[in-house]
Design a protein around this ligand. Structure first.
Ligand code: GLN
Length: 456
């Protein structure tokens, strides 16, 4: 813990940690020492973590990287962080992210972006750590903590993991409790670990998940020991290669990475099978209707009355002006865009044309996966991202849809509620890490982690 705290002090330029909690960390570390001495130490005991700012942590600023939650210190602890602390884990501080987890580059944060510790060849230009869990990815990659929590609504664990050469898993929807995790799109949001290895991910995921009566979508299943699933044996497993993920204009390096990963799994004894997931091309548009729709509803609670920031009012301003001014000042541009899109697609005249249609597309996407699994496929291998980490500021003036294209390989998994993992799988010609994604059957994270283990 002390080593991490001093490492963090020297790494301010990465802007990964946005709130520091050294006192809490030292107190938890002392308690962990006592448990270890008493011989009562689960695997997470004494492990120093960073916590994404989206998690409510009791008495500690939890702002979802938004101005509107300025000064907000929750009265309660999220179930996931409580589970980790009960297992003896240590919180070093809160990690940077895109505002309300909306973004793929960490550039929508009120704290300014986190920075990727990797550089392109000899070029000094700062690169994005990805988003929205960019602070988590940067902190783990730069050894500021041993692991971090992330959340993934459309790729926010897997894309930053791929951009920084670390491992990140989004479990099956319902595996981790959403209680105390600031809501973005409730039917898609899941927490998960971001770690240096598949084994660490397995250990941390077991500690994070639990059945939680406080989240009505939390699954009432026993929590498996995911580490025990890591046998390294994947003989006879069927790996699906979906042809629809071979996008036009895909860089040759990504093609190569995918082919190399396929060859590795084959060499380990897996059977490789070409499959089709025909509705893949509709996933991104469906996601960018459903996610903003749910976000516009979830974000209605930030009204200047109950939490955080409230705008200064002028003489004669009423409650409507208070809402308008507070929300105009408190939300950044991307969040405002999502609220507008979401409100539009949910409005009476457009509900059927957009929201209902997107929901039907979502069901078809899920059916594609179900059919593949029913036909005997155990896991599906795809690239995690369409490119390596890009330069900070590079996308600033681009059409927002350019940024959304980053999520093309990851959003299907959230729409279908499946577990997905990104593992570091190679280095591109400029020296940047690339990730491969494995998608698994629901509730079979152990199997998925084991397949990822064979790729490591
Ligand atoms: N980049 C996606 C978005 O902006 C995904 C975000 C996430 O997974 N939290 O919505």
């Amino acid at each position: 813990t002390e080593a991490c705290l001093s490492q963090i002090e020297g790494a301010g330029a990465l802007n990964a940690f946005v709130h520091h909690t050294p006192d809490i960390a030292r107190e938890q570390a002392r308690a962990a020492d006592t448990r270890i001495k008493a011989g009562d130490a689960p695997a997470m005991c004494g492990i120093p973590l960073g916590i994404k700012d989206l998690f409510c942590t009791k008495g500690v600023p939890s702002q979802a990287a938004s101005r509107i939650l300025e000064g907000f210190k929750p009265e309660y602890e999220s179930t996931v962080t409580q589970n980790l602390f009960d297992a003896g884990a240590i919180m070093l501080g809160k990690l940077n992210m895109d505002e309300f987890a909306m973004g793929s580059s960490n550039e929508t944060s009120v704290y300014g972006n986190a920075v990727n510790p990797w550089r392109r060849g000899n070029d000094d230009a700062a690169l994005t750590p990805g988003g929205s869990s960019g602070g988590s990815a940067s902190a783990v990659a730069a050894d500021l903590c041993l692991a971090a929590t992330g959340t993934d609504t459309g790729g926010s664990i897997r894309q930053p993991a791929a951009f920084t050469g670390i491992t990140g898993i989004k479990p099956t929807y319902g595996r981790c409790s959403r209680w105390g995790v600031v809501a973005f799109a409730s039917s898609l949001d899941q927490a998960g670990p971001m770690t240096k290895s598949v084994r660490d991910a397995a250990i941390m995921l077991s500690a994070m998940c639990s059945h939680d009566p406080k989240d009505s979508t939390s699954a009432d299943f026993p929590v498996p020991d995911f580490e025990a699933a890591l046998t390294g044996d994947i003989k006879g497993k069927v790996i699906g290669i979906p042809k629809e993920y071979r996008m036009e204009g895909m860089p040759a390096e990504i093609e190569q990475l995918w082919a190399d990963g396929t060859a590795m799994l084959k060499a380990a004894g897996a059977e490789i099978r070409d499959i089709s997931l025909p509705h893949t091309k509709y996933a991104l548009p469906a996601y960018y209707v459903i996610a903003p729709a749910e976000a516009s509803s979830n974000l209605a609670r930030y009204d200047g009355v109950r939490y955080g920031h409230r705008a200064k009012l002028a003489q004669g301003d009423g409650i409507t002006e208070m809402y308008e001014k507070t929300r105009a000042e408190g939300f950044g541009h991307e969040v405002q865009r999502r609220v507008m899109v979401g409100t539009y697609v949910l409005s009476a005249g457009f509900y059927d044309a957009y929201y209902n249609r997107a929901r039907r597309v979502r069901a078809l996407i899920k059916r594609d996966f179900d059919q593949a699994f029913d036909a005997g496929v155990d896991a599906i291998l795809t690239p995690a991202t369409p490119s390596a980490a890009f330069g900070l500021g590079e996308m600033k003036d681009a059409d927002p849809v350019q940024m959304y294209l980053n999520d093309v390989f990851t959003v299907t998994v959230n729409l279908a509620g499946l577990p997905g993992i990104s593992v570091p799988a190679g280095i591109d010609t400029q020296g940047l890490p690339l990730g491969l994604q494995l998608i698994g059957r629901p509730w079979e994270e152990g199997d998925l982690l084991n397949t990822a283990y064979a790729l490591e």
